[in-house]
Ligand binder design. Structure first.
Ligand code: ARG
Length: 585
């Protein structure tokens, strides 16, 4: 729906120029939703901001602005409140026409960006031969949502999976498997992921206490890096094994990703270090090549460097991220790069970004952003674990969510004495279970830690996926009950906003554009969840207060149109969260 805020902003900009001259053309009039609906729908505090600049009383400024503010069909004459707030109340006729117009557009007339960019979203990024954990799950869900929103707004998005598939740990693993289970290094499918993780732990154990083994592991790394055929094939097999496991999770979550792991940048690591050297950024510290940075000190107050080459000559996580940055800027021509990882990596990215800026690997006009998120905790407030104290496997976690959803559904069916087919039950449990996990994650402010609770996320009450899915399904049931095809409702019928709850719903529907733009800007998906939740609540109030199918004609169709708009807004919003709707549940 055409953004009302944007239209109002245009009117205000014109008014500022008319009132104070062309110098005011660039000024943002700060139009926002009214903080108190008593005074109107939108407000602008620009008069208070300009008071200083112009050296005048803000109320007088506000007066001059509104004298020039010709809102025409859009709103009632603006009013001034308090020290100089300008309040706008939208005209009902205007709301009605906007709602009607948005209905005829398949994407609800939600705007595209005026500045389409090439954007990379680096997310999920689990590590080979290790379990994909809940942190990766969060990255996957949040990263996918951000990518969906940017794509929807018209950006060109490259979704990259920066898997940890390179490093000394592979030498260790290959050396160990060579001793205890050589088949794994030559035969596909000889291992499943659990065995691999177990072997990994055992290998690490050996590595830490056995010098000969350590040397053997190092030799394997050298062989791997030199491209030795047998070693490379073994490594490839290990990667394939993990990859299959990751893919099964992505399939269940409906996630698309392009894998480009750390190993991809291996050929560029040496050059990156040379480049830093050429640009005189390197300093040797205890045998390691380092870049010292502004604003980073250790506990003792000494400068704290970023190591880009270890004393044994090897490269590390930071080196590959620098090489990746260079590649993404030069080859992918990314204008904006977004990294979705837990807050624990904030320092890593701040350091890498700073080095990349200093070395001019990332030019000024390109944006690099770390999008951090908090920890996933169990209901006891501690790290999420199974009852026996081991880490939770994602596959089990998803199975459990779907299992509980199935249990809830059977109880409900029994209570309502409904009989449904097996397919129906399977599908509803799957959609509800997976959506619940995604929504629980996205509806939190991502920066805070979040408590993982099946019970809460699957509840039909509150800000949850089932609540939202239910609101959608309820609207579909209205159309079934009245035997109306919502999509085919007359193009020429008017939308009439009469009762308070229906005006309220209509106004709120028209805010979806601004919300999506806000998420595009802030990269905070919870804002979209809040909006959809509020929309469902407003719909329910409307539904309780305004008869729909039993209304007289004109009003009946109008109300059905509002139902349809609500359903479509919910469906679209949920799809941007990576959640599909159910027609019945
Ligand atoms: N593999 C890393 C981890 O598991 C995440 C990688 C994030 N992306 C990046 N370009 N560093 O923590």
């Amino acid at each position: 729906m055409a953004s009302i805020k944007k239209q109002l902003t245009q009117y205000f900009c014109q008014a500022l120029v008319d009132a104070f001259g062309v110098n005011f053309v660039e000024i943002d009039p700060l139009v926002s939703l009214a903080s108190n609906p008593k005074f109107g729908d939108y407000q602008s505090n620009i008069a208070l901001v300009l008071a200083k600049k112009l050296g005048k009383n803000p109320r007088d400024i506000a007066k001059k602005i509104i004298e020039n503010l010709a809102l025409e069909e859009l709103g009632d004459p603006p009013t001034i409140a308090g020290p100089g707030f300008i309040n706008i109340r939208l005209k009902i006729t205007y709301l009605e026409s906007q709602l009607k117009a948005s209905r005829s557009n398949p994407n609800l007339d939600i705007g595209k960006t005026d500045y389409s960019q090439k954007i990379i979203v680096d997310f999920s990024s689990p590590n080979i031969a290790k379990e994909m954990h809940v942190g990766h799950l969060r990255s996957t869900i949040i990263g996918d949502c951000i990518a969906r929103i940017l794509e929807f707004r018209g950006h060109q998005v490259l979704r990259l999976n920066h898997v940890g598939d390179w490093g000394t740990q592979f030498g260790m693993l290959i050396a160990y498997l060579g001793e205890v289970y050589p088949d794994a290094l030559t035969t596909a499918d000889a291992l499943d992921i659990e065995d691999l993780v177990t072997f990994y732990k055992q290998a690490k154990h050996r590595f830490d206490k056995d010098e000969d083994f350590k040397q053997n592991a190092r030799n394997k790394v050298v062989k791997l890096q030199a491209g030795d055929e047998k070693t490379c094939r073994a490594w490839q097999l290990l990667c394939d094994q993990s990859r299959r496991e990751f893919q099964s999770i992505y399939d269940r979550l409906d996630i698309r990703l392009t894998e480009r792991g750390e190993s991809f940048y291996n050929p560029f690591l040496e050059d990156i270090v040379k480049e830093l050297d050429r640009k005189e950024l390197l300093k040797e510290d205890a045998g390691a090549q380092c870049v010292f940075l502004d604003g980073f000190i250790n506990k003792m107050g000494d400068p704290f460097p970023l190591i880009v080459q270890k004393s044994d000559g090897g490269y590390n996580y930071a080196t590959s991220d620098l090489a990746a940055l260079k590649y993404r800027i030069e080859e992918d021509q990314a204008e904006r790069i977004i990294y979705v990882t837990d807050t624990g990596q904030a320092n890593h990215f701040a350091q890498v970004f700073q080095v990349a800026r200093k070395a001019d690997i990332v030019p000024e006009q390109s944006e690099v952003i770390h999008v951090p998120f908090g920890l996933v905790k169990g209901e006891d407030g501690k790290k999420l674990k199974t009852r026996s104290g081991t880490t939770i496997k994602l596959r089990d976690l998803l199975d459990k969510a779907v299992g509980y959803a199935r249990q809830d559904l059977s109880e409900r069916l029994e209570k309502e004495q409904r009989k449904e087919s097996r397919e129906f039950i399977d599908n509803v449990s799957k959609v509800v279970g997976i959506s619940a996990v995604k929504y629980a994650d996205l509806s939190q402010n991502r920066i805070s830690d979040y408590i993982f609770s099946y019970k809460k996320m699957l509840s039909l009450q509150g800000n949850t996926a089932p609540y939202m899915l239910y609101a959608y399904a309820r609207i579909q049931s209205i159309s079934r009950e009245g035997k109306v095809d919502l999509q085919k409702l007359g193009e020429d019928t008017k939308i009439i906003l009469k009762e308070d709850t229906e005006i309220d719903l209509g106004k709120y529907l028209l805010q979806v554009n601004d919300v999506i733009e806000e998420v595009e800007r802030t990269l905070l998906p919870n804002r979209l969840c809040d909006y959809l939740y509020e929309l469902s609540k407003k719909f329910n109030r409307f539904y309780e207060n305004c008869p729909i199918l039993k209304s007289e004609e004109l009003l009946r169709t109008s109300r059905l149109l509002l139902c349809d708009l609500t359903a479509r807004t919910l469906k679209l919003g949920l799809s941007l969260l990576g959640i599909s709707v159910l027609e019945r549940m």
